[in-house]
Write a protein that binds this ligand. Structure first.
Ligand code: ADP
Length: 465
């Protein structure tokens, strides 16, 4: 008798095994997708209103299970409780947004008539879903990143299979079972496994949405191209923060502590580099060190006793350690932090100054609790350096002159720019966003584009008889 291999899921905070999931072989994934494809047409036939009512019931199930889901998420990610509990409200809000607007975003269009047939034929554009959408997700936001794409795809009328990261498959499996628990049509499921299961998803579905590393995104793009199926990729970032001479320094210092250290710096939109006008550099740095010094690092339970949690795994710890060591060897100074903490994958919030673009911490994605700060002479140099990267996800500009901030923003090569803020763009769902350059292709989140990407337009031309 053969047994299905399984994956032990470990807490990065203390190394204990917190769960086990099957490692699904490629044939299984293929079968699952085949079943979804059979059921998809009756889901599409429910119409937007029918699908909205299932999504609203699903939102209520998520909210009813909020605490339990946050505990599972915390056990596999090592997040502080404050961070373990933010993903679900974000998703519930996204469900409300798309349930409200899906009808108009997906409505057929009758563009102004044109051409020789305009008088005799009725011209209409309808939007039909890709039958099965595969959503492949990373470990940093295992609940939110699965659902922010699954939900618009389901509302568009597609069936959805999610393949979560092998490091954090538990909460994603739970939210997928919630869909069956409410008795919804069987068109949303989760398959667990590592890269091979992800590749099997790409080989089977009709559209792939991937969030993760640029390296894996490129591999997925090539594989999808072989099959000539569409895909969208939301990849890494090296987000710059520009602090101009007239910035509110307290706000900017607290902003970088939040933007650089939230989720232990493991967000694709984390602040990864800071450029500060020389005139305010020293004062800004003093305030950043002050703000960072108040944070507590370590394992949390549900009592809010830590602000900065664990890194997701030991590979991540190695990258952060390498970036800090490289920076110091090349002449940077560590003003606070710089070391591992305890026996889990914890790293101290770290402020680095005297950095330059020869250092790994300014070129490669760190994805850790580090804040490298570089002195610049004015906005032009800041913009040039901020754009000196292969990535283009988001950025921020800090100035009391918001008009000037906007002008600087429009010179930056990034899919989203916050002025005097961090992460605010993530909460503006009406603005569709996607990374530029090597930060992504086509992965628009929000707005009409965020749901229409899961559909194909179909031209219907009717002769008047
Ligand atoms: P990370 O986000 O850990 O840096 P990846 O970008 O490699 O790592 O992983 C993100 C997701 O992509 C995970 O669910 C992982 O299992 C999956 N994955 C890894 N390799 C492949 C691949 N070749 N094809 C499809 N999915 C993959």
């Amino acid at each position: 008798m053969t047994t299905t291999p399984s994956i032990d899921v470990r807490s990065p905070a203390n190394g204990s095994v917190v769960g086990r999931v099957p490692e699904r072989p490629a044939e299984d994934v293929d079968t699952v997708v085949g079943e979804l494809r059979e059921r998809q047409s009756s889901w599409e036939a429910l119409g937007v209103a029918g699908r909205v009512s299932w999504l609203e019931r699903y939102r209520d199930w998520l909210l009813d299970n909020e605490d339990r889901l946050a505990r599972v998420l915390q056990s596999e990610t090592g997040k502080p409780w404050a961070e373990a509990t933010i993903e679900l409200p974000y998703v519930a809000d996204l469900i409300n947004y798309y349930c409200t607007h899906a009808g108009s975003f997906l409505a057929p269009e009758a563009p102004p008539a044109h051409g020789p047939l305009a008088l005799t034929k009725r011209q209409r554009l309808v939007r039909r879903p890709y039958p099965v959408v595969g959503v492949i997700t990373p470990w940093n936001f295992p609940l939110a990143l699965a659902l922010v794409d699954a939900i618009p795809a389901l509302l568009a009328g597609a069936a959805v299979v999610v393949k979560p990261s092998e490091y954090t498959p538990l909460v994603t499996s739970e939210v997928a079972s919630g869909w069956s628990e409410i008795g919804a049509p069987d068109v949303f499921t989760c398959v667990t496994g590592a890269g091979e299961a992800g590749a099997a998803v790409v080989d089977a579905v009709d559209y792939v949405q991937f969030t993760g590393s640029t390296r894996t995104g490129r591999a997925i793009g090539k594989r999808a191209a072989e099959r000539l199926i569409p895909y969208s990729l939301e990849l890494g970032g090296k987000d710059a923060m520009i602090v101009l001479a007239d910035a509110d320094l307290d706000r900017a210092a607290r902003g970088v502590a939040w933007g650089g250290l939230c989720n232990a710096g493991q967000m694709c939109t984390s602040v990864e580099r800071v450029y500060v006008d020389a005139g305010v550099h020293d004062e800004f740095v003093r305030r950043v060190v002050d703000a960072v010094g108040q944070l507590r690092v370590g394992e949390d339970d549900q009592s809010y006793r830590a602000d900065v949690g664990a890194l997701a795994n030991s590979d991540q710890l190695d990258i952060v350690t390498r970036h800090v060591t490289d920076a110091v060897e090349r002449g940077a100074r560590v003003l606070t932090g710089g070391n591992r903490v305890g026996s889990g994958t914890f790293f101290e919030p770290t402020v680095l100054v005297d950095v330059d673009h020869d250092m790994a911490c300014m070129r490669e994605e760190t994805f850790g609790p580090t804040i490298p700060i570089m002195r610049v002479t004015g906005a032009d140099e800041a913009v040039r350096l901020a754009n000196d990267t292969a990535y283009g996800l988001s950025a921020s500009v800090w100035t009391r002159d918001t008009e000037r901030g906007r002008r600087v923003a429009e010179r930056l090569e990034a899919g989203a720019v916050n002025i005097n803020d961090v992460f605010a763009n993530l909460f503006t769902l009406p603005l569709p966003q996607a990374g530029w350059k090597q930060s992504g292709i086509g992965a628009r989140l929000g707005g009409a584009q965020g749901i229409r990407k899961y559909t194909r337009s179909q031209a219907i031309v009717t002769a008047r008889v």
